[in-house]
Ligand binder design. Structure first.
Ligand SMILES: *Cc1c(COP(=O)(O)O)cnc(C)c1O
Length: 355
């Protein structure tokens, strides 16, 4: 494969105070770009100053939305070195998404190298304050100048990064979540298991409604029967019921979160039973009414682990664990973030050094 060409900026931007900026609003100095043409494959991998793309007004992505993305972070450890968390999982999932959306696959090694090189070039942008990191956003979209509907034969793959603090203004404090009755996010056979922009576009209306009512996220029900719990807006969910951790199984409409997978592995290593299965709304509400729901949390790269303090459905509000962070939630948070930031041993071999 071609060597990554590096063109550094001549006008580096001043660094920001991450505790004061909103999630994903400030970008580092550089970005990675690589082009694709059907006859040539991927070519011209390069790191260039962060800046706009030039695409045709007819570009496929603007009309039919062939777009996929990933979300991961680079963490600064106590020695000041930088590490990634399970990056190969993101690389593999990007290809799962690409396959579903008829976008071209990327060689795993090339994408890994692109991630590491970009973080190296922008290493000064990896913040070191507690709970901060460099959020990394790889993404790909079709750019053909042609309105006929077809599999894209021109694409751009890019990676941008931004220094971030907490995702929710609440930080690691409990959040309020509303269960959505009307809109659905995904159905089996659709694109729910894929990280594509279209899923989010279709989720915005429910999100707006939730936010106007004071909730920070929507909890989705399954698209066919609206009977089973699926996941939160951009995060998976887990419920500790009767001493067991229950999380919706991956059956095509729920995104396979890397945080979810990691938490399950940690829980299993602690001999805490985990059940990946169908969890109906009825069962969940019943477990709250009968006091068997002990704790609940959302999990994803951006927000890590966020305790759920209140669930609302049909104008009824249910408080969970007195709106306090549960002890298992806290223990998981400390373990997972301990590994990610290199403050605790990494018994699973999940972290990958960059520098
Ligand atoms: C990214 C994402 C998640 C969380 O996945 P992680 O790999 O843990 O970050 C969950 N649900 C949806 C819809 C997502 O897009």
């Amino acid at each position: 494969m071609e060597k990554i060409r590096i063109q550094k900026t001549t006008a580096p931007k001043p660094k920001c105070d991450v505790s004061k900026v909103g999630f994903g609003t400030v970008f580092s100095d550089h970005m990675f770009i690589m082009d694709y043409e059907k006859e040539k494959g991927w070519f011209d991998p390069r790191i260039v100053p962060f800046g706009p793309f030039q695409i045709s007004p007819a570009a496929t992505v603007l009309h039919y939305a062939p777009e996929i993305f990933e979300g991961m972070k680079a963490y600064r450890n106590p020695e000041g070195k930088i590490q990634l968390f399970r990056p190969i999982e993101n690389v593999k999932r990007m290809n799962v998404s690409a396959e579903r959306m008829c976008l071209p696959l990327i060689d795993e090694e090339i994408m890994m190298e692109a991630l590491k090189e970009l973080v190296k070039v922008d290493q000064d942008w990896v913040p070191s304050e507690p709970d901060t990191s460099l959020y990394i956003r790889p993404f790909m979209f079709g750019t053909d100048e042609q309105l006929g509907i077809h599999t894209p034969y021109h694409c751009i793959f890019s990676i941008i990064t931004c220094p971030v603090g907490s995702y929710f203004p609440e930080g690691v404090n409990p959040v309020k979540i509303v269960i959505e009755k009307d809109d659905v996010r995904a159905v089996k056979g659709g694109t729910g298991y894929v990280k594509c922009g279209g899923n989010y576009a279709a989720s915005l209306r429910a999100g707006e409604k939730a936010s106007a009512e004071g909730y920070s996220q929507v909890l989705w029900l399954d698209g066919a029967e609206r009977k089973y719990i699926e996941e939160a807006g951009g995060m998976n969910v887990m419920f500790k019921i009767d001493g067991k951790v229950v999380t919706p199984a991956l059956m095509g409409s729920v995104l396979s979160g890397i945080t979810r997978k990691s938490i399950i592995q940690i829980l299993e290593s602690w001999n805490i039973p985990v059940e990946e299965r169908l969890l109906s709304l009825d069962e969940l509400l019943d477990s709250i009414r009968t006091g068997r729901l002990e704790e609940s949390w959302c999990c994803g790269t951006a927000a890590v682990i966020s305790p759920i303090g209140e669930l609302a459905f049909d104008n009824i509000k249910y408080t969970i664990n007195d709106f306090k962070t549960g002890s298992l939630t806290k223990k998981l948070y400390d373990e997972l973030t301990g590994i990610q930031w290199g403050k605790r041993p990494d018994p699973f071999g999940w972290t990958v050094p960059v520098i």
